[in-house]
Design a binder for this molecule. Structure first.
Ligand code: 13P
Length: 249
Protein backbone atom coordinates (compact mmCIF):
# COMPACT_ATOMS: atom_id res chain seq x y z
CA UNK A 1 0.00 0.00 0.00
CA UNK A 2 1.16 3.54 -0.78
CA UNK A 3 2.19 5.63 2.16
CA UNK A 4 0.06 8.63 3.05
CA UNK A 5 1.73 11.86 3.97
CA UNK A 6 0.60 15.07 5.56
CA UNK A 7 3.11 17.89 5.68
CA UNK A 8 2.93 21.28 7.36
CA UNK A 9 4.72 24.10 5.59
CA UNK A 10 4.98 26.83 8.18
CA UNK A 11 6.69 29.19 5.72
CA UNK A 12 7.99 32.37 7.48
CA UNK A 13 5.48 32.26 10.33
CA UNK A 14 5.40 31.75 14.14
CA UNK A 15 7.84 32.58 16.90
CA UNK A 16 9.90 30.04 18.80
CA UNK A 17 7.38 29.52 21.58
CA UNK A 18 4.49 29.12 19.15
CA UNK A 19 6.47 26.71 16.99
CA UNK A 20 7.44 24.58 20.01
CA UNK A 21 3.87 24.48 21.30
CA UNK A 22 2.44 23.58 17.90
CA UNK A 23 5.05 20.90 17.27
CA UNK A 24 4.47 19.42 20.68
CA UNK A 25 0.67 19.39 20.14
CA UNK A 26 1.16 17.66 16.81
CA UNK A 27 3.37 15.00 18.40
CA UNK A 28 0.82 14.29 21.08
CA UNK A 29 -2.23 14.16 18.85
CA UNK A 30 -1.41 13.12 15.28
CA UNK A 31 -2.71 9.66 14.28
CA UNK A 32 0.70 8.04 13.73
CA UNK A 33 0.61 4.55 12.25
CA UNK A 34 2.55 2.45 9.74
CA UNK A 35 1.12 4.07 6.65
CA UNK A 36 0.73 7.69 7.82
CA UNK A 37 3.79 9.92 7.62
CA UNK A 38 3.79 13.41 9.05
CA UNK A 39 6.33 16.16 8.41
CA UNK A 40 6.78 19.72 9.62
CA UNK A 41 8.71 22.06 7.34
CA UNK A 42 9.88 24.57 9.89
CA UNK A 43 11.79 27.83 9.53
CA UNK A 44 15.51 27.11 10.02
CA UNK A 45 15.82 29.00 13.30
CA UNK A 46 13.39 26.71 15.17
CA UNK A 47 15.08 23.49 14.09
CA UNK A 48 17.57 23.24 16.98
CA UNK A 49 14.72 23.43 19.49
CA UNK A 50 12.35 21.14 17.58
CA UNK A 51 15.09 18.55 17.10
CA UNK A 52 15.22 18.04 20.87
CA UNK A 53 11.70 16.56 20.81
CA UNK A 54 13.13 13.45 19.19
CA UNK A 55 9.83 12.26 17.78
CA UNK A 56 8.46 10.23 14.87
CA UNK A 57 7.08 13.52 13.57
CA UNK A 58 9.67 14.15 10.85
CA UNK A 59 11.48 17.46 10.74
CA UNK A 60 11.79 19.08 7.36
CA UNK A 61 13.63 22.12 6.03
CA UNK A 62 12.03 24.57 3.63
CA UNK A 63 15.26 25.34 1.83
CA UNK A 64 19.02 24.67 1.57
CA UNK A 65 21.88 25.45 -0.77
CA UNK A 66 23.20 22.63 -2.96
CA UNK A 67 26.91 22.90 -2.12
CA UNK A 68 28.94 21.00 0.45
CA UNK A 69 30.39 24.09 2.15
CA UNK A 70 32.15 27.31 1.34
CA UNK A 71 31.66 31.00 0.68
CA UNK A 72 27.87 31.14 0.34
CA UNK A 73 26.95 33.85 2.83
CA UNK A 74 23.54 33.32 4.38
CA UNK A 75 23.06 29.80 3.03
CA UNK A 76 22.68 26.45 4.80
CA UNK A 77 23.90 23.05 3.58
CA UNK A 78 22.29 19.65 3.70
CA UNK A 79 25.04 18.37 6.04
CA UNK A 80 24.27 21.18 8.48
CA UNK A 81 20.57 20.30 8.38
CA UNK A 82 21.32 16.63 9.04
CA UNK A 83 22.98 17.63 12.31
CA UNK A 84 19.58 19.00 13.38
CA UNK A 85 17.73 15.72 12.69
CA UNK A 86 16.23 17.06 9.46
CA UNK A 87 15.27 14.07 7.31
CA UNK A 88 13.32 15.69 4.49
CA UNK A 89 13.64 18.83 2.39
CA UNK A 90 11.19 20.82 0.31
CA UNK A 91 12.35 21.57 -3.23
CA UNK A 92 10.67 23.56 -5.99
CA UNK A 93 8.05 25.45 -3.99
CA UNK A 94 6.46 28.10 -6.22
CA UNK A 95 7.40 30.84 -3.74
CA UNK A 96 11.07 29.93 -4.15
CA UNK A 97 10.69 29.63 -7.90
CA UNK A 98 9.06 33.04 -8.25
CA UNK A 99 10.49 35.23 -5.44
CA UNK A 100 13.98 33.74 -5.43
CA UNK A 101 14.27 32.88 -9.12
CA UNK A 102 15.02 29.18 -8.60
CA UNK A 103 15.15 27.69 -12.09
CA UNK A 104 14.47 24.11 -13.13
CA UNK A 105 18.23 23.66 -13.62
CA UNK A 106 19.01 24.93 -10.10
CA UNK A 107 16.25 22.73 -8.66
CA UNK A 108 17.85 19.74 -10.38
CA UNK A 109 21.08 20.54 -8.48
CA UNK A 110 19.11 20.73 -5.24
CA UNK A 111 17.49 17.36 -5.94
CA UNK A 112 20.91 15.78 -6.56
CA UNK A 113 22.44 17.36 -3.48
CA UNK A 114 19.59 16.15 -1.24
CA UNK A 115 19.55 12.61 -2.62
CA UNK A 116 23.35 12.31 -2.46
CA UNK A 117 22.98 12.91 1.27
CA UNK A 118 20.17 10.39 1.63
CA UNK A 119 17.59 13.06 2.40
CA UNK A 120 13.97 12.46 1.53
CA UNK A 121 12.55 15.03 -0.86
CA UNK A 122 9.14 16.60 -1.31
CA UNK A 123 9.32 18.07 -4.80
CA UNK A 124 6.73 20.75 -5.63
CA UNK A 125 5.27 21.50 -9.01
CA UNK A 126 2.31 23.47 -10.27
CA UNK A 127 1.12 25.92 -12.88
CA UNK A 128 0.02 29.56 -12.86
CA UNK A 129 -3.56 30.56 -13.63
CA UNK A 130 -2.47 31.85 -17.02
CA UNK A 131 -0.97 28.47 -17.90
CA UNK A 132 -4.11 26.65 -16.78
CA UNK A 133 -6.39 29.04 -18.63
CA UNK A 134 -4.46 28.38 -21.81
CA UNK A 135 -4.84 24.64 -21.18
CA UNK A 136 -1.09 24.04 -20.97
CA UNK A 137 -1.05 22.90 -17.33
CA UNK A 138 -0.26 19.24 -18.01
CA UNK A 139 2.62 19.98 -20.37
CA UNK A 140 3.94 22.63 -18.00
CA UNK A 141 4.03 20.36 -14.94
CA UNK A 142 5.44 17.46 -16.95
CA UNK A 143 8.30 19.74 -18.04
CA UNK A 144 8.96 20.83 -14.43
CA UNK A 145 9.28 17.18 -13.39
CA UNK A 146 11.30 16.13 -16.42
CA UNK A 147 13.74 19.03 -16.11
CA UNK A 148 14.44 18.76 -12.37
CA UNK A 149 13.44 15.34 -11.05
CA UNK A 150 13.06 12.54 -13.55
CA UNK A 151 16.81 12.27 -14.23
CA UNK A 152 17.32 10.45 -10.90
CA UNK A 153 17.60 6.67 -10.56
CA UNK A 154 14.69 4.44 -9.63
CA UNK A 155 16.22 3.91 -6.20
CA UNK A 156 16.38 7.67 -5.65
CA UNK A 157 12.93 8.55 -7.01
CA UNK A 158 11.54 6.23 -4.34
CA UNK A 159 12.93 8.65 -1.72
CA UNK A 160 10.85 11.44 -3.25
CA UNK A 161 7.26 12.51 -2.89
CA UNK A 162 5.66 14.98 -5.24
CA UNK A 163 3.43 17.87 -4.19
CA UNK A 164 1.12 19.35 -6.80
CA UNK A 165 0.45 22.95 -5.82
CA UNK A 166 -1.35 25.04 -8.43
CA UNK A 167 -0.01 28.55 -7.85
CA UNK A 168 -3.46 30.10 -8.16
CA UNK A 169 -4.69 28.02 -5.21
CA UNK A 170 -1.86 28.85 -2.78
CA UNK A 171 -2.97 31.14 0.02
CA UNK A 172 -5.94 32.31 -2.04
CA UNK A 173 -8.73 30.33 -0.42
CA UNK A 174 -9.49 28.96 -3.87
CA UNK A 175 -8.76 25.22 -4.18
CA UNK A 176 -8.57 23.28 -7.37
CA UNK A 177 -11.68 21.10 -7.75
CA UNK A 178 -11.59 17.32 -7.48
CA UNK A 179 -11.57 16.79 -11.26
CA UNK A 180 -8.66 19.20 -11.73
CA UNK A 181 -6.71 17.62 -8.89
CA UNK A 182 -7.34 14.04 -9.97
CA UNK A 183 -6.48 14.82 -13.60
CA UNK A 184 -3.08 16.22 -12.59
CA UNK A 185 -2.28 13.59 -9.96
CA UNK A 186 -3.18 10.75 -12.31
CA UNK A 187 -1.03 12.30 -15.03
CA UNK A 188 1.92 12.66 -12.66
CA UNK A 189 1.60 9.00 -11.68
CA UNK A 190 1.46 7.98 -15.33
CA UNK A 191 4.59 10.00 -16.13
CA UNK A 192 6.45 8.30 -13.27
CA UNK A 193 5.28 4.89 -14.50
CA UNK A 194 6.38 5.66 -18.05
CA UNK A 195 9.78 6.99 -16.96
CA UNK A 196 10.46 4.26 -14.38
CA UNK A 197 7.92 1.44 -14.18
CA UNK A 198 4.36 0.78 -13.07
CA UNK A 199 5.36 -0.39 -9.60
CA UNK A 200 7.36 2.78 -9.00
CA UNK A 201 4.48 4.91 -10.25
CA UNK A 202 2.17 3.18 -7.82
CA UNK A 203 4.58 3.60 -4.87
CA UNK A 204 5.20 7.33 -4.90
CA UNK A 205 3.10 9.60 -2.71
CA UNK A 206 1.57 12.54 -4.57
CA UNK A 207 0.32 15.31 -2.30
CA UNK A 208 -2.00 18.19 -3.02
CA UNK A 209 -1.32 21.70 -1.73
CA UNK A 210 -3.17 24.98 -2.13
CA UNK A 211 -5.82 26.24 0.31
CA UNK A 212 -6.37 22.74 1.67
CA UNK A 213 -8.05 22.98 5.06
CA UNK A 214 -10.24 21.08 7.53
CA UNK A 215 -13.36 21.84 5.45
CA UNK A 216 -12.19 20.56 2.07
CA UNK A 217 -9.57 17.92 3.01
CA UNK A 218 -12.07 15.08 3.02
CA UNK A 219 -13.13 15.73 -0.57
CA UNK A 220 -9.56 16.33 -1.78
CA UNK A 221 -8.18 13.21 -0.08
CA UNK A 222 -10.93 11.07 -1.57
CA UNK A 223 -9.41 11.49 -5.05
CA UNK A 224 -7.85 8.10 -5.88
CA UNK A 225 -4.43 9.54 -6.77
CA UNK A 226 -4.14 11.94 -3.84
CA UNK A 227 -1.99 10.54 -1.03
CA UNK A 228 -2.10 13.44 1.35
CA UNK A 229 -1.43 17.15 1.52
CA UNK A 230 1.12 19.92 1.87
CA UNK A 231 -0.58 22.45 4.09
CA UNK A 232 0.30 26.12 4.53
CA UNK A 233 -2.09 28.39 6.40
CA UNK A 234 -4.14 25.61 8.00
CA UNK A 235 -0.99 24.04 9.48
CA UNK A 236 -0.49 27.03 11.77
CA UNK A 237 -3.18 25.92 14.17
CA UNK A 238 -3.33 22.68 16.12
CA UNK A 239 -7.02 22.16 15.49
CA UNK A 240 -6.91 22.79 11.77
CA UNK A 241 -3.97 20.49 11.13
CA UNK A 242 -5.27 17.70 13.35
CA UNK A 243 -8.67 17.78 11.68
CA UNK A 244 -7.02 17.54 8.27
CA UNK A 245 -4.97 14.59 9.59
CA UNK A 246 -8.18 12.79 10.57
CA UNK A 247 -9.20 12.83 6.90
CA UNK A 248 -6.05 11.03 5.73
CA UNK A 249 -7.40 7.50 6.01
P1 13P B 1 -1.84 27.32 1.70
O1 13P B 1 -2.31 26.02 2.31
O2 13P B 1 -1.71 28.43 2.68
O3 13P B 1 -2.61 27.66 0.46
O4 13P B 1 -0.32 27.06 1.20
C1 13P B 1 -0.05 25.95 0.44
C2 13P B 1 1.41 25.82 0.32
O5 13P B 1 2.06 26.62 -0.33
C3 13P B 1 2.06 24.71 1.03
O6 13P B 1 3.38 24.57 0.61
Amino acid sequence: MRKKMLAANWKMNLNLQEASDLYSNFIQNLPFNESNHFVVFSPFVFLPQLSTFNSTLALGAQNFYPAEKGAFTGEISISQLKELQVSVVLIGHSERRSYFYESNEFLKQKVDSALNHNMDVVFCCGESLETRDSDKHLAFVEAQLTDSLFHVSKEDILKCSIAYEPIWAIGTGRTANSEQIEEMHKSIRNWISMKYDEETGQSIAILYGGSCNEHNASEIFSCPNVDGGLIGGASLSTEGFLQIAQELN
